[in-house]
Design a protein around this ligand. Structure first.
Ligand SMILES: [Zn+2]
Length: 58
């Protein structure tokens, strides 16, 4: 199962997306991207839960 996420799904005007084999790996890519491009998003537990709810599995 491939896990994927994209900023567009989060309603962001950003064409970044990522897909990996594990949620842990995906979340580390998301964290890295948010810290660089979306500094306004605080990575608190609520936002992390919201981000995780956007993960798609194929
Ligand atoms: Zn983005």
């Amino acid at each position: 199962m491939v896990k994927s996420i994209s900023c567009k799904d989060a309603g962001k005007d950003c064409n970044w997306s990522a897909s990996t084999e594990s949620v842990e790996e995906l979340m580390s890519l998301v964290t890295e991207h948010v810290l660089v491009k979306h500094k306004e998003i605080e990575l608190n537990s609520e936002n992390i839960a919201n981000i995780k709810s956007l993960i798609k599995e194929d």
